[in-house]
Design a protein around this ligand. Structure first.
Ligand code: AVJ
Length: 324
């Protein structure tokens, strides 16, 4: 028998409050910024899916190539009974691991954790149909705030955090996130972590500034989100998409650059915000890693790196780690 259940860990008004707090904080700062999580409304999630199919955006394909080759090794090394996925989204690459763990015969339950209830429902219900006998327990949560693994999830547990999303966090946020994740795991549990790798800046910048303009639209979509949720008066056409490589900090930054002097009302937070011509609003960092940095950050959080795999071209890294 197959089951699908859903748990909401957050109060119903969590996202409305968090958005207002982020907008107040980020848009009144000297150097304006917004956290990347607000890209992902329905339209933004669709645009991201489009990005993953762009010729310039290699990370999704590179990570899938590694998983295709290594899913069996991950299953054998972890013998997981529970697969927990952070930021599961459409759960597409997850099937490679569900297949490998089913074949091995250890898998009992799948726990996708995501901020989007609709994405969890869609993916969860389909998976429950496709994997008879699997219990699917979706958790609506903001894992940068708290993870909240169901206590019932049987061990050993394999937590996967794919796509390179760790890179959206600053170094301090990553340290905090990895340490709190470690605190929820027991000996014998494991973490499978996908990280995009440092490479030729031209390749990196192209991946975040594609010729079809899809990433530009994705970036500007955050302004549509503020217009809708906070009755703001942003005109996305009055901002330009910017993607640049910060060589010192080894991250890509996406920004929106105001094309003119303008004033924007944001009634939902009782703010009026001025933008000078050329002023930039930072909307995302996407850190790129080297093996050394990944293993150091894992070690600092109490994990030991057990396996490190890359695709043939060395573009993307997949780490298997366990509590040290
Ligand atoms: C989904 C966070 C992994 O940082 O590459 C894609 C998001 N931003 N293009 C990334 C994104 C611009 C993506 N992650």
């Amino acid at each position: 028998m197959t089951t699908f259940e859903l748990t909401r860990l957050l109060p119903a008004d969590h996202f409305a409050r968090a958005l207002r707090e982020d907008v107040r904080l980020g848009l009144t700062a000297d150097a304006k910024w917004l956290p990347p999580k607000w890209f992902y409304d329905k339209r933004g999630s669709e645009l991201f899916e489009d990005i993953t199919r762009l010729p310039e955006y290699y990370p999704t394909r590179a990570e899938r190539a590694i998983l295709t080759e290594r899913a069996g090794a991950v299953a054998a090394a972890t013998r997981a009974r529970t697969l927990v996925e952070l930021g599961s989204g459409s759960s597409e690459k997850t099937r490679l691991l569900l297949d490998a763990l089913s074949e091995l015969g250890t898998l009992e339950s799948y726990v996708p954790v995501d901020v989007s209830e609709s994405a969890l429902r869609e993916a969860g219900e389909q998976l429950a149909l496709d994997y008879p006998g699997l219990s699917v327990h979706g958790v609506v949560s903001d894992f940068t705030a708290e993870l909240g693994l169901p206590r019932s999830a049987p061990g050993p547990r394999l937590v996967i955090f794919l796509g390179g999303t760790l890179g959206n966090l600053t170094p301090a946020e990553r340290a905090r996130f990895l340490a709190s994740l470690r605190a929820e795991l027991a000996p014998g549990d494991a973490l499978l972590l996908g990280t995009d790798l440092v490479k030729d800046p031209a390749v990196l910048v192209a991946a975040y500034d594609d010729s079809a303009g899809v990433t530009a639209e994705f970036n500007k979509n955050v302004l549509n989100v503020l217009d809708r949720e906070l009755e703001a008066t942003f005109d996305p056409e009055a901002f330009e998409h910017v993607a640049l490589w910060d060589a010192e900090r080894e991250w890509i930054e996406m920004r929106l650059r105001s094309t003119r002097d303008q004033q924007v009302a944001i009634p939902g937070v009782e703010l009026t915000v001025d933008f000078a011509a050329g002023e930039e609003l930072r909307t995302e960092i996407s850190a790129k890693f080297r093996r050394e940095r990944v293993s150091e950050e894992l070690a600092a959080a109490g994990f030991a790196l057990r396996e490190w795999w890359t695709d043939r071209e060395g573009r993307f890294g997949l780490s298997l780690a366990q509590p040290a």
